[in-house]
Design a protein around this ligand. Structure first.
Ligand code: NAG
Ligand code: NAG
Length: 435
């Protein structure tokens, strides 16, 4: 009798374990998803750019160098390290062109490499007399102090407590022939209404109409375009999972650009928003981002990382009245976010991934959804206070309209938004001047 019960118990336990493993594997596949459309064939451009520099006699690359005042004034060189070819590395730092010194480097590979051979890394240079260093290079050779080329300028040498911008959006990667012009214009104009002063985008390649729009925003001064010709150095993956998307490096080097963006704006911007090109971090209780952050920061004075939940608005579900189906936008490629007001509900057992608003001075290393090393902790902002409006292909594609939630927050900005989008498209040469 006792033996039978034990047998039954063990059988049930076995079955439950197998089912749980299957469910977990399924969730693992579902939670992370493509945030960009698939890029087309690689475009090779002949431009030579110095945002990525090969480290001689190695398989590694260096990107940018910064003084980090928070950890003893070391030099942090944001780098791309090949995990299969580790070797001793050295920092050559120079106060003047003649006055260079070599020290052994400490390589810190970020833990979120997702299995790819190349990983976002910090190469740390530590020495007593770094304060006056102006240039640095990473070398495989202890005795390379007289190399002339390939030095990186060292940025963030001076701490500033006043900032040129209050809110900067970092959009990590643009690649393939992405040409979603209408959604990008709506997103940037929305962000301007919400109080953003700066948008930074790392450009590997893009479609012809988006190119015009980017050039317009660059002329206007709101957009900083960082060239990111990663495809000329490596075979970047268009996915996040090494097992499924082969390649040298996770997602066009997104983890490197996100970290670079934080350091680049450490003393330029009070806050930095880290989100993808098709996502808007949207306050729901406040009129704009300044008033949202004033409240959040005074309630959580030490927090440096505010996590914002992502919510999907399927591009396949249109609102019924058709009032934002404007003929003026008929020939503009891309998604009209104003037509998509249906939001997917939360799923049981699926954790909504987050994106971040950070105080860049409180982040040392970041991943895509959460920081890896930060000061002061994280705060997960409640859904009803702020969430991400993310119009894209559905994740729960089988749901009918009735099973989705109506969420018209974008419409609160309709008048100004439409006006400003029209102006922008006109100035970019993307709006036909008809009727
Ligand atoms: C940033 O916010 C402060 C305080 O609200 C304000 O005085 C300042 O003008 C803002 N700066 C920018 C560039 O908007
Ligand atoms: C983006 O990068 C591509 C490839 O280098 C280049 O052709 C294009 O002009 C860049 N776009 C902008 C707006 O900088």
């Amino acid at each position: 009798m006792e033996k039978d019960r034990l047998k039954t118990f063990v059988t049930i336990l076995f079955v439950v374990t197998i089912i749980s493993m299957l469910i977990l594997a399924y969730i693992d596949n579902q939670t992370y998803y493509m945030r960009f459309p698939q890029p087309s064939d690689k475009q090779k451009s002949t431009e030579t750019l110095n945002s990525i520099t090969a480290i001689k006699n190695s398989k590694h690359y260096m990107v940018s160098a910064f003084i980090d005042h928070r950890v003893g004034g070391i030099i942090r060189v944001i780098s791309i390290i090949n995990r299969n070819s580790l070797q001793p590395l050295y920092c050559v730092y120079c106060n003047t062109e003649q006055d260079c010194k070599t020290v052994k480097a400490n390589v810190q590979i970020h833990r979120d490499h997702f299995g790819f051979p190349f990983a976002a890394s910090d190469v740390i240079c530590e020495d007593k007399h770094l304060q006056n260093a102006k240039h640095v290079l990473i070398s495989t050779d202890k005795d390379s102090a007289n190399l002339k080329k390939d030095y990186l300028p060292i940025k963030n040498r001076v701490i500033s407590e006043t900032f040129k911008f209050n809110f900067t959006v970092c959009i990590s990667n643009l690649f393939g022939d992405y040409n979603n012009v209408l959604q990008f214009a709506q997103t940037i104009e929305m962000y301007k209404l919400l109080g953003i002063q700066r948008v930074v985008i790392y450009n590997t390649s893009c479609g012809p109409d988006l190119e015009k729009l980017l050039q317009h925003y660059e002329r206007e001064g709101i957009l900083e375009i960082v060239s990111w010709p990663i495809d000329q150095f490596l075979n970047p993956s268009s996915g996040w999972n090494f097992r499924k998307n082969s390649g040298d490096l996770h997602y066009y080097g997104q983890l490197i650009t996100l970290n670079e963006c934080i350091y680049r704006h450490m003393y330029q911007s009070k806050y930095v928003l880290l989100n993808d090109i098709d996502e808007i971090i949207m306050p729901y209780k406040h009129a704009d981002l300044p008033s949202l952050m004033e409240d959040l920061q005074s309630a959580h004075p030490n927090v440096g990382v505010f996590l914002i939940e992502n919510h999907i608005f399927p591009k396949t579900q249109f609102e019924d009245s058709g009032k934002y189906k404007r003929p003026e936008w008929n020939d503009v490629p891309g998604i009209n976010i104003m037509e998509h007001i249906y939001r997917e509900p939360d799923r049981k057992n699926v954790y909504n991934p987050t994106k971040m608003i950070v105080d860049p001075r409180k982040v040392e290393q970041t991943s895509v959804h959460v920081p890896l090393k930060s000061i002061g902790g994280n705060y997960r902002v409640p859904f009803h206070v702020c969430r991400i409006v993310h119009v894209r292909t559905p994740l729960q594609g089988r749901l009918t309209k009735e099973e989705l939630a109506v969420d018209k927050r974008v419409w609160d900005f309709e008048q100004k938004l439409i006006q400003n989008v029209d102006q922008t498209l006109k100035h970019s040469g993307l709006l036909r001047l008809s009727s």
